[in-house]
Design a protein around this ligand. Structure first.
Ligand SMILES: *[C@@H]1O[C@H](CO)[C@@H](O)[C@H](O)[C@H]1NC(C)=O
Ligand SMILES: *[C@@H]1O[C@H](CO)[C@@H](O)[C@H](O)[C@H]1NC(C)=O
Ligand SMILES: *[C@@H]1O[C@H](CO)[C@@H](O)[C@H](O)[C@H]1NC(C)=O
Ligand SMILES: *[C@@H]1O[C@H](CO)[C@@H](O)[C@H](O)[C@H]1NC(C)=O
Length: 757
């Protein structure tokens, strides 16, 4: 949902201070209810509360804007709170007019965070967002559940919401989910906030070619479903035991996700053992209505509504249109047992977050001094610096060796517009800094000119005249182009992967000046082929949406105050890809003229997943590793309930910094081999780590952790299987070192995937 933003923004200025209260477990009528008894078990506490509710009250509490029950002192609770990369505008998040709850730290978009390939960093970001979010809740400015993270893998470059995700690789998305959920929910038995992994499942397009997410039926093979679309949710539910999952708008193989018993019951609650009642499933907003209204899967709204609750959705997010809970109840389609099940799950999730514990909650003391801390602001900057990817750097043009006061032309639509760096699903950051602001702050003389985002009605000469005037006064030209959120966002997919014509024209004019020319690209990937070929363009950097301090991050890298080490978390496709494959075709594997998707199957990218240049020269190599491992021994030694989570002997890697600058290095280990159900010459990510601060002339070593599941493949039924064979492990993109090892013995099923009925 995006349309609410304007509504929420208006509300924020009308609603005075506190809009939200915790239950009063000391003096209120609820104090005598067992839900307030901290010595009882969470499920006893939730059960006592549900038992005290009348049927009418029950029905008013399985919706997003839950009414509570004033009769017994249960306050209203609104489940819709957002915090994708910082506390964000949403119906129940308020930004006050005055400090301290007027602004929250805004990190880069998740796609750029993923480009750091640093799980520990992601977890620290989650920890800060979780602290700020709970402080928000403690002081009445939000609820204590938040609809983050978005863990649908970025399947197609045109998807408008891809930058909300950690990229196209299912293993990377899963590791991001693990780190982010751990950070957000905190480190005590109580949850600091209830995190929500979304959108379950297969929600990775908005509105394209006559279909929308509200009526789309995603046809997904069991192999792709288990291996790709559901892997991050397995991490969230089974391994991270996240507090909440959001079911998606779209249908999967004919059944709308929120009415999908196979997804919500068979896989989520049974196969992944997400059984305890301390978690719940919320619907995306209007997804319950969509079952009848857009999927036509039910004969009435009431029937569609009942199907969702019966299948395992526990809360209906109503927005501009509503589901029909009263109708479902009156017609006997929705029983009290099912309503109680939903209430028990939802209230127990709140019990687990200390909602009924007042000052005794483990997180009751989080407050304004935990918001916008210097540590948080440093981390927002560091995350952007660490994520930004250097895509071209001919003749080591970057870093620019700028003398104090150097004249720099800063041209393009976001050169001096600080509102552009934030990205979607944002709140109100304490500040936003454009590149021009940062350059002036560093003492340079900036000559700025704006530029077009998309095609513009103005004659190209209009932009060009200003730009050339700025460039002529300068010794260096920095061009800030790419896409802003008007080109790709919620309810908006792209049709083209080309650089906008108006920007190419402007760049063409600038390239005629024979001055160092650096392109810094905002937003999602574009086909850079032409820019990579143009000799006049010396360097290209991709900055995604770099967050509140994005301008500073860019200038630190351009001046060499920091060294780039981010890697692409997505494939950069040629523009022709958009004609070769419909966005709505979910298949990942190539067949005939169908080119396949992601680096695993699409082999001719412009720049590959994992690509990224440095200011120094790294030489990576493998250390010693076992030449052969027995599958049966690995499995026999494994003591975890889920064998795919058992560790493999770590991969030993070494990297020498043979250049002149200190830099981080992201070690990426891919695996390939031909085994299993398909000849499989294609590589998959197996392990990665970010090695920090490697000094010139020194070596760094690391043990990359990986698990049996990272080596396994999914067969056509979705089973996770470890196959015998020769495995090639490859370091880096493009490959800089290889190593082989043998898995011996018989194939072993690590996880038997449940078949749909
Ligand atoms: C938050 O939700 C509560 C309960 O639904 C409501 O009373 C309050 O107005 C909401 N706050 C905002 C800012 O919408
Ligand atoms: C499944 O969850 C239950 C309840 O939390 C737990 O007792 C059991 O050990 C879990 N099973 C596995 C295989 O983890
Ligand atoms: C506010 O938070 C700070 C830092 O976490 C803590 O030291 C202080 O005790 C808190 N104050 C209150 C009133 O909870
Ligand atoms: C170019 O067009 C924009 C938007 O119409 C306008 O604001 C600006 O003044 C024009 N610049 C020149 C140099 O004509």
């Amino acid at each position: 949902m995006q349309r609410y933003v304007t509504v929420a923004t208006c509300l924020a200025s009308l609603v005075a201070a506190q809009t939200y209260t915790f239950p009063d477990c000391v003096n209120g009528p609820l104090a005598s209810n067992k839900v307030c008894d901290r010595l009882a078990t969470p499920s006893e506490r939730a059960a006592a509360l549900v038992a005290a509710l009348e049927p009418t009250e029950k029905l008013q509490n399985i919706i997003r804007s839950a009414k509570g029950a004033p009769r017994i002192g249960l306050p209203a609770y609104n489940w819709w709170n957002e915090a994708l990369h910082g506390v964000a505008y949403s119906p129940n998040v308020t930004f006050a007019d005055e400090p301290p709850f007027d602004s929250a730290t805004s990190f880069p978009m998740p796609l750029l965070m993923a480009a750091t390939f640093d799980d520990e960093l992601i977890e620290r970001v989650g920890d800060i967002v979780g602290k700020e979010a709970r402080a928000w809740g403690n002081y009445g400015y939000s609820g204590i559940d938040f609809w983050t993270p978005n863990v649908n893998p970025f399947r197609d470059p045109r998807w408008g919401r891809g930058s909300e995700t950690p990229g196209e690789d299912a293993l990377q998305v899963s590791r991001y989910a693990a780190a982010m959920v751990r950070g957000l929910e905190g480190y005590k038995s109580e949850r600091r906030i209830v995190a929500t992994c979304k959108h379950y499942a297969g929600n990775d397009f908005e509105d394209w070619g006559g279909s929308t997410r509200h009526d789309f039926d995603a046809k997904i093979t069991l192999q792709d479903l288990a291996e790709y679309h559901l892997l991050p949710f397995q991490q969230c539910a089974r391994d991270s035991k996240v507090g909440s999952i959001m079911c998606a708008y779209n249908a999967v193989n004919g059944v709308p996700s929120c009415a999908n018993e196979y997804l919500l019951q068979t896989v989520l609650r049974e196969h992944w053992n997400w059984t305890e009642n301390n978690n719940h499933v919320t619907s995306d907003c209007e997804a319950v209505y969509d079952v009848w209204g857009n999927h036509h899967y039910a004969s009435s709204n009431a029937e569609g509504t009942a199907m969702c609750f019966n299948a395992g959705t526990d809360n209906s997010c109503e927005y501009q249109v509503s589901s029909d809970i009263p109708g479902a109840w009156e017609q006997g389609l929705l029983t009290e047992d099912v309503v109680d099940r939903s209430l028990l799950r939802s209230f127990e999730a709140l019990v687990h977050a200390g909602y009924f514990d007042g000052a005794h909650s483990a997180y009751a003391t989080l407050n304004a001094s935990d918001v916008n801390t210097p540590e948080a602001q440093d981390l927002a900057l560091q995350t952007a610096v660490d994520g930004i990817v250097l895509l071209k750097n001919d003749e080591d043009t970057l870093p620019l060796d700028l003398s104090p006061g150097a004249n720099i032309a800063m041209i393009g639509f976001w050169a001096s517009d600080s509102s552009k760096v934030i990205g979607g699903y944002s709140g109100n950051p304490p500040f936003t800094r454009s590149p021009a602001y940062a350059a002036e702050d560093m003492g340079f003389t900036v000559h700025s000119a704006t530029g077009p985002v998309l095609e513009s009605n103005d004659a190209p000469d209009n932009w060009t005249a200003d730009a050339l005037a700025a460039a002529e006064k300068s010794d260096y030209i920095l061009y800030f182009g790419g896409l802003d959120t008007s080109a790709a966002g919620e309810e908006k997919d792209r049709y083209s992967l080309e650089w906008p014509e108006a920007q190419r024209t402007l760049l063409g004019a600038l390239s005629g000046l024979s001055k160092p020319l650096v392109v810094v690209q905002l937003g999602d990937q574009l086909d850079d082929t032409e820019l990579l070929e143009m000799k006049e363009i010396n360097s290209i950097m991709w900055a995604s949406w770099p967050g509140q301090d994005g301008g500073t991050a860019v200038m630190k890298l351009i001046t060499g105050a920091a060294s780039p080490a981010g890697r692409l978390p997505v494939t950069q496709y040629p523009a022709s890809y958009a004609d070769a494959i419909p966005l709505t075709d979910m298949n990942l594997r190539p067949s005939g003229s169908y080119p396949g998707r992601t680096y695993r199957w699409y082999l001719t990218p412009v720049q590959g997943y994992g690509f990224g240049l440095h200011y120094t020269t790294f030489k990576p190599s493998f250390g010693s590793s076992p030449a052969s491992l027995s599958i049966q021994e690995l499995v026999a030694e494994c003591e975890m309930p889920y064998p795919d989570t058992c560790p493999l002997p770590p991969l030993h890697v070494k990297v020498a910094n043979e250049g002149k600058r200190i830099s981080d290095y992201v070690a990426l280990a891919f695996i390939a081999g031909e085994f299993g159900p398909e000849p499989y010459p294609i590589k998959t990510l197996g392990a990665y780590a970010r090695l920090r601060g490697i000094e010139p002339g020194t070596d760094a070593e690391a043990e990359l952790a990986w698990k049996l599941g990272d080596l396994a493949r999914r067969d056509e039924d979705g089973n996770t299987v470890l196959y015998p064979g020769t495995y090639t492990v490859m370091l880096d993109e493009p490959v800089k070192a290889t190593m082989e090892f043998e898995l011996t013995g018989e194939p072993a099923i690590l996880d038997k995937w449940p078949a749909p009925n």
